[in-house]
Every structure is written in structure tokens, then in C-alpha cells.
Design a protein around this ligand. Sequence first.
Ligand code: ADP
Ligand code: MG
Length: 333
Amino acid sequence: MPFNRPLIIFVLALVVALFALGRRSDQNDQTVSRSRLVMGTVVEITAIGSDSDRVAAAVVEAFVEMERIERLMSPHLAQSDVARLSAATGPLEVTPETAEVVALGLQVALASGGAFDLTLGRLKALWDVEGEQPQIPEAAGIGRALLGIGPRALQLQGQQVEKADPLLAVDLGGIAKGYAIDRALALLQRSGVGSASINAGGDLRLLGDRQGRPWRIGIQHPRKAGQLLATLELTDAAVVTSGDYERFFEQDGVRYHHLFDPRTGYPAKLCQSVTLVAPNAMLADALATAVFVLGPQQGLALLEQFPGAEALVVAADGSRQVSPGLESRLQWR
Ligand code: ADP
Ligand code: MG
């Protein structure tokens, strides 16, 4: 059979052209990285794309979106959904965004038997762990702050939220940051960004991979400042860590941190840190807090109800437990 030389030459030329195009577009990829203070944390957004102006504009929009979510869910702004809810004496219509967060929060609250709780606003204010001069509150005050709380203390119907007790104060601090990260990531994706990471003080979400390779994420050692406990290799995932080592005070040699056990009104005692990997950051955020309160054993059992959720737990005694799906992606340091 005679060779069809023009055809072969055409095919070869096409292969070479496509190869060159592929390489060129890789080389043209620009990485845009920006930081801003949002929700009391330094947020760093890194996005990769071929048109750097477009990517940079998308990154700015992503920050603006996170700031918008902060204004809806901050307890300190009188007009926020959360502040209005805490002040409400009857049913209240909230934004679709807040309704979405409350819906998932209530799901995790119920699944965790109340270890995760959206009604700890009074308890958080009482402890004021991040305040100027925090101290252990009196037992009677803690008792009062816990009155009426629980996974059934809020009812959600559509966009309407109703508190079982008008005195309850709502706190979305254990879930709102994750939601803001997810919203920002969706915006980047809509702007055509295929590869990005959003890091809000160690709570992060990854879009795609990093030039054909997984992202490599360092997990902070809960007792050795500046040292890594492990690294994780991940694509398209959220990684959120709840720990007792960043927001805390010490009194008489005991550490009091900001993750409360709703059963006692005191900081939860069973973990040093929980790193939660899940398909989105809102779920990872809520589950990290829930697993921290429940402890390694019950916490890892809870994750079986949430497909795609995996965890690395450092227990109070420093021992480590990893859920089965995470082992192959984890390297100890
Ligand atoms: P960080 O905000 O430091 O990243 P988390 O996501 O774990 O940490 O959230 C901590 C916040 O969650 C606390 O500051 C408080 O607002 C809220 N919180 C504390 N205990 C609970 C709990 N048991 N259930 C739900 N939210 C909680
Ligand atoms: Mg959380």
C-alpha cells in the first residue's frame, strides 16, 4: 500500500502544532495571589489562568463575596442576619445564604447529637476567649448560658428561622467561614478559573490541581509551633482544621480554648486538633468542630454518615487517628 505522504505530513504537523499549543498555554498560565483580612483572618487566594487581568479581577470579586458573607453572619454588626436573629422574639426571614448555612448547621447538629450547636452565642460571649482579659466564668453563668440550647432550639422553614426561646443567641462561628470560602470559590469557577486555592487561616478549599499535580497541604502540629505534623496531597477538596492552639487563654496552667462542649459549657477536652477533609468547606468546617467536641472515637463514627468526609484527629494525649480514606493521601512529618 503506497504511503499517503501529504496526509502523513499533515498529521505530523498537526501533532507538532497541538503539542506546541499545549506547551504554550501551560507556559502562559499566570498565578495571581492576593491576601486580605476577612472574618478576623488573613485570607489568601491563589488562582491560575491564562489571562492574568481576568484572573486578578475574579480574585477581587471573590474577596468582595467573602466580605458580603461576613456582613450577613457577623454577630457584631447590628444589621447582620445573625444579630437580627439573636434579637428576634418571633419568626424571622433571613437571606437565602444564611438559610443555607443554618440548614447544614442543623443537619450536623442533629447528626452529632448536639455536639455541634448553632445556639452557643451567649456561651461564647460569656467566655469571651479572645477578649482582653478572659477568665473562667462562674458556674451559674455557664448554666444560664446553656438554657434552651440544642439541635432543636432553631426551626428552619424555607428562609424563616424561629428560636424555641426568644433569649437564645445564634452563633455561626463554627461554619460561616467555610461557607464564605465555598462562595468565593464558586465565583472564581464562574469566571473561568480552573485552578485555585483559598486559604483562610488554615481553613482551605482547592479547585482543580496545581499544573497537573495534586496540591500539597501542610498540617500544623498542634503542640509544636511552626512545625508540620503531616502533609496531605489533594485535588478538588476542602481541608479545615479546628484546634485548641490558636484561640485560647491559660489560667492556673490550664488551657481554655474556643471550642465548647455544649453538654458542659466548658471547652471540649478530648482533642488537640481535628483536620477535616470534605468535598466543600462549609461541611468540613462544621464537621471539624463537631468531631473536635465528640473526640476521636465518636467523631470518626460520625463521619460515616457524611460521604467524602475524612479526618486526621490528634487526641488530647497526642495520639493520632486517621479515617481509612485519608491514609493513602497523608504523609507524616
Ligand atoms: P476557627 O474559627 O478558629 O477556624 P472553628 O471553625 O472550629 O475554628 O470554629 C470555632 C468557633 O465555632 C468558635 O469561635 C465559636 O464561634 C463556634 N463554636 C464553638 N463551639 C461550638 C460548638 N460546639 N458547635 C458549634 N459552634 C461552636
Ligand atoms: Mg468549624
